[in-house]
Write a protein that binds this ligand. Structure first.
Ligand code: FUB
Ligand code: ZN
Length: 641
């Protein structure tokens, strides 16, 4: 790739104030310590001591190590902005345990070493060993990056070397790959930090071998004495192993697995300049965002396979939309932007971040959602199943399968590094938020300071402070939700040049000097979104969007029977600043609606008489904040006239 794009180092971008500063502070103050405590209390940390014996409590689980890897990654990234000895000590303690437990040949997995050593590498389809290895590698790369300490990095290199000795096309090796993708993207990270091509080649092997015939999952099942046809998920589509990845045109199966695979495919395409592979990613992207993605950037429509169903199937109450899957989408979108330079990727990155991801954690950072349905009703869980009259689907302190909480923690801790992309002669700004970036171009240091009230108000002030005068191209994203926008450079209205080479970005190319500044003003209209006519669950309904936020209605603001509300689309929708004790400051949207009078319905289920209609104002709040006050009904798609 001629002019490759890079992600800035986390230490070079500081989020200084506003929405994301608050989230990152809470992540550090509440989320990380709570998650460590959970790992301790549930036995995840003790499991690393390999002392578990039959009859004891807290039997290790096959993918507990992935929670440890993700928590270390989150904590390590957080250290970059929030130095904290007690967190560092905790990470070092865990690393000591892993170091002691690692087998002489490099293998490490707390479940298999404690509970089933004979079972290691025998069931790649289900057992997550390479998935766990991947998360440990990501944790080690982050910790090395944050502290410069090499111990954990050396441990995972030894593990990766062991993996390389086991898997590949050579006669003596297993020709396998993991049922849950993750190792691939992790190995590419390991390659980037060590420069050891062995890891890149191994990632390439895992990506390219996937789905080729004869299926490895069939072979290993037969070796275990099992009938491969009895695979519970029926098809290897579940783990994107039904076809070689370059031939895959449809997004299928388990959503998180799919996203991690596509991240690796995109990274590999960039590292090896593989246009065919990148093209496969573009086809998959298109399938996802034009046919299967919920309006919040949530993906994976059903609980049944934690993944994808048919095109235009966009359920609300039963939608699965795992937090991890939206995080995977965010990670893939950033990579796709860097590989293909188009705001169609960064727009989705923003959508997922402010909606499908942000809903995954409570305002206080202490409780988490696994599934993020677009509607909830008392009595029914996040999969739309009846759980008893008094049940309310809400955030939980933790989960037995706890993939989502540390995933959101690692994303928030590393978020500053996703605000920009860099190339050798250009800077790309994706996320508007109070922040400071330091980067180098042509050996010169440049500082970029953003000041803004985004995501609530669309005015962004950007100061450019180069060490000496310097020419470079500055691309600014114009979000897909933007109304009219204007730009001033050094106080003077400037002509807007929408970039041809980077659709959806405006380009400012100039000789930058100290004191230069840009003022970008973007109108934030209230948007009424409709879904495709084939999206049967949402016909006759609209979703409200303002800025990056999708809005929803909650019972606490609008009473019961939210599905009976019908918005008057032509009436004025207004945005108003609100201060709420639990949520804090935010912008609510008020709209006019009609709703049937409930007077005549006492003791009746059906009626021949048409109802009388009552006018009422409704208040919508950002979907990201739902469920932080009183439990009750919630809807995102609202009937509309
Ligand atoms: O299988 C590991 C993780 O647990 C997946 O990514 C999630 O979907 C959950 O099933
Ligand atoms: Zn998850």
């Amino acid at each position: 790739m001629k002019n490759r794009l890079y992600q800035p180092f986390l230490r070079d971008v500081k989020v200084t104030d506003g929405f994301w500063k608050q989230k990152m502070d809470i992540n550090q103050k509440n989320t990380l310590p709570i998650q460590y405590k959970q790992c301790l209390e549930t036995g995840r940390i003790d499991a690393l001591k390999l002392k578990w014996k039959e009859g004891m409590q807290n039997k290790p689980h096959i993918f507990w190590d992935s929670d440890i890897g993700k928590w270390i990654e989150a904590a390590a990234y957080s250290l970059v902005n929030y130095p904290d000895n007690s967190i560092e000590e905790k990470i070092d303690y865990i690393i000591e345990l892993i170091d002691k437990a690692q087998m002489p040949d490099g293998y490490f997995n707390s479940y298999f070493q404690s509970c089933d050593i004979e079972g290691r590498w025998k069931n790649l389809r289900d057992n997550h060993e390479l998935y766990c290895a991947g998360h440990l590698i990501e944790g080690a790369v982050a910790y090395f990056y944050a502290t410069g300490k090499v111990k954990f990095l050396r441990i995972v290199e030894k593990f990766a070397d062991h993996i390389a000795s086991q898997f590949g096309r050579e006669e003596v090796k297993r020709r396998g790959y993991c049922g849950h993708e993750e190792i691939e993207l992790a190995l590419i990270k390991l390659f980037r930090v060590t420069n050891n091509k062995k890891y890149l080649n191994l990632a390439k092997y895992f990506v390219d071998e996937r789905g080729s015939l004869p299926y490895y999952f069939d072979i290993e099942a037969k070796d275990r004495g099992e009938d491969p046809k009895k695979f519970w998920a029926n098809s290897y589509e579940y783990c994107q192993a039904h076809l070689p990845v370059r031939q895959q045109k449809k997004v299928v199966g388990h959503a998180v697995r799919a996203m991690y695979l596509y991240c690796a495919m995109t990274d590999l395409a960039v590292e090896t300049d593989d246009k065919q592979l990148l093209n496969a990613c573009k086809i998959l992207w298109n399938d996802l965002v034009t046919k299967k993605m919920h309006v919040t950037g949530g993906i994976g429509q059903t609980h049944a396979n934690e993944g994808f169903t048919t095109d235009y199937d966009l359920p609300n109450e039963s939608a699965y939309l795992e937090t991890c899957a939206s995080i995977g989408l965010f990670l893939w979108a950033y990579r796709m932007f860097n590989a293909s330079l188009d705001s169609k990727y960064s727009n989705i990155m923003e959508l997922a971040l402010y909606n499908g991801i942000a809903s995954g954690v409570s305002i206080d950072g202490k409780r988490f959602l696994y599934g993020n349905p677009l509607a909830v009703h008392p009595g029914f869980n996040g999969n739309g199943q009846y759980c008893g009259e008094n049940f309310h689907y809400q955030r939980s302190d933790w989960f037995s399968c706890a993939c989502c909480p540390p995933n959101i923690a690692r994303l928030y801790a590393s978020l500053p590094s996703y605000i920009y992309s860099l190339s050798k002669d250009a800077l790309f700004l994706h996320i508007y938020t109070d922040s400071e970036l330091m980067f180098k171009l042509a050996e010169k240091t440049i500082q970029i300071i953003q000041k803004t009230k985004m995501p609530w108000e669309g005015r962004i002030l950007i100061q450019i402070i180069p060490e000496t005068e310097l020419y470079f191209k500055f691309y600014l994203r114009i979000p897909d939700w933007a109304g009219k926008f204007s730009i001033k450079i050094n106080g003077k209205k400037a002509k807007i040049l929408e970039s041809k080479e980077v659709p959806g970005y405006i380009k400012i190319s100039k000789q930058w000097k100290k004191g230069d500044n840009i003022e970008l003003s973007i109108e934030m209209p209230i948007i009424q979104l409709e879904a495709h006519p084939a999206a049967r669950q949402n016909c006759g309904k609209i979703a409200i969007k303002r800025g990056p936020f999708i809005y929803c209605l909650e019972e606490i603001d609008n009473g019961k029977n939210l599905n009976d509300i019908c918005l008057l689309r032509k009436s004025q929708f207004t945005a108003k600043k609100i201060r709420d004790k639990k949520i804090g400051n935010f912008i609510a949207i008020f709209a006019n609606s009609i709703k049937r009078s409930e007077k005549k319905w006492k003791n009746k289920l059906y009626s021949k008489e048409p109802s009388t209609l009552e006018k009422r104002k409704v208040m919508a709040i950002p979907y990201a904040f739902w469920g932080n006050r009183k439990a009750g009904e919630m809807i995102t798609w609202i009937r509309a006239e």
